[in-house]
Design a protein around this ligand. Structure first.
Ligand code: PMP
Length: 417
């Protein structure tokens, strides 16, 4: 198969960014068919926080398969599902004060779980309107897409934006403008024409939209605004959750409690599709079968998800390790910025969800290409794809992280040095 061209069958199945055929992967390393190794600074777009083929998760899965464990269980209760629920409740929810929150397994993707969250909020409040933010990304199914800001993803497909009011995210008008006060004013003024919303949906660190970080104060103010205007707060932690920010949930540092949380990507820990909403038990208004989906019962994903919780979240060690790595990453990125253009380059993001904003999307694309040629898989994000985004597995070693950042620095030398 020619990876640069269309497959002879006519199927466009090649990857447009990386002209290689990948065969194996372990930890933070991808290996192509021709034996070339690449460091992975993409990590399945954040679905591989524990690395490729994590040995602990792999062992748990192999033992489960060997014992003929149930694979697809749909709605049936199973030992694997029960064990996951128990571990998630006791290790993740309870210690963080979410004892009275329930879990709902939705369809397997992030978009599916966003749909469930929006539908739940609308049903609970009996209202349709949802507030979503500039640069937010929530998925590509119709409801999730209507909350996704960037028009690029709608692709002129005529997706209705009815019942979504787009508001400015933290920092959208610069550091000095308080966008919560703006939203408050618009919601309080009948002449704004905005229907009373059922909920707001947000990412605390916008992943696809450009590593824009909501400050802890902004999140606290938004929580308070939601209470005042009787709106539910949905935090979409699909990308920023599962440890990416240094804590299991990205909003922990702000000390807020969303009403609904969406999780997917790294929740299974092994790149297996799995998604869930977590919400306060008082919001559980679903009737049986009201929100369903065939692939809500992937027991292999439950096995690896529970194994990841047991291996990484029973104490603070992993969290501390991520925070230390995040510091190292941001220090090295700052060095690149100082070296190649403190005026034109900008450090973005937080912790292990960080990157560099380039002066143009062309420069960012050139850096991605140059990195690939040096053995580093890295992608861009942002409203114009102008940000080079470092998204490594969280289990990456310091040596690998430093090595990858040296390759990135060399790519900057090639492109703008
Ligand atoms: N929400 C966020 C914050 C995401 O980053 C993504 C995926 N990039 C989604 C939702 C959609 O998830 P999926 O691609 O699994 O549908």
């Amino acid at each position: 198969m020619n990876t640069f061209e269309q497959h002879e069958s006519g199927v466009r199945s090649y990857c447009r960014s990386f002209p290689a055929v990948f065969k194996q992967a372990k930890g933070a390393t991808l290996t192509a068919e021709n034996g070339t190794e690449y460091l992975d600074f993409l990590a399945g777009a954040g679905s591989l926080n524990y690395g490729h083929n994590n040995p602990v998760l792999k062992q748990a899965l192999l033992e489960y398969i060997e014992a003929d464990g149930l694979t697809q269980g749909l709605d049936m209760y199973s030992s694997a599902k029960e064990y996951f629920i128990d571990r998630f409740h006791k290790t993740i929810l309870k210690p963080r004060g979410f004892n009275d929150y329930v879990i709902q397994f939705t369809g397997p993707t992030g978009s599916n779980t966003v749909e469930a969250a929006l539908k739940l909020a609308r049903k609970v409040k009996g209202r349709k309107n949802i507030i979503a933010f500039t640069n937010g990304f929530h998925g590509c199914t119709a409801g999730a897409l209507s909350c996704t800001a960037n028009q690029h993803h709608r692709g002129g497909a005529g997706v209705s934006l009815n019942d979504v009011s787009r508001m400015p995210f933290d920092g959208y008008f610069g550091e000095k403008t308080n966008t919560i006060a703006m939203v408050d004013k618009l919601l309080s003024d009948p002449s704004s024409g905005i229907d009373k919303p059922a909920a707001v949906i947000l990412e605390t660190i916008q992943g696809e939209g450009g590593l824009n970080v909501a400050s802890a104060q902004w999140l606290k103010d938004l929580r308070e605004l939601c209470n005042r205007h009787d709106m539910l707060m949905i935090v979409d932690d699909i990308q920023a959750g599962c440890g990416r920010s240094g804590d299991f949930f990205s909003f922990e540092e702000a000390g807020i409690k969303p009403d609904i949380i969406t999780l997917s990507k790294s929740i299974s820990g092994y790149g297996l599709p799995m998604a869930l909403t977590v919400f306060h038990k008082d919001l559980d208004v679903w009737t049986p079968g009201e929100h369903n989906g065939t692939f809500r019962g992937n027991n292999h994903a439950f096995v690896t998800a529970a194994s990841a919780i047991d291996a990484y979240w029973t104490d603070n060690l992993f969290s501390n390790d991520i925070k230390a790595k995040g510091k190292l990453l941001r220090k090295r990125l700052s060095r690149i910025i100082d070296r190649f253009g403190p005026e034109s380059l900008k450090l973005k993001g937080r912790c292990m969800m960080s990157g560099i904003e380039c002066p143009s999307e062309q420069i960012a694309a050139d850096i991605v290409k140059a990195s690939y040629e040096k053995g580093l898989i890295i992608e861009t994000c942002g409203n114009r794809d102008q940000i080079v985004k470092c998204f490594t597995p969280l289990t990456i070693s310091n040596e690998e992280l430093e090595r990858g950042l040296s390759l990135l620095e060399q790519a900057f030398t090639d492109v703008i040095g």
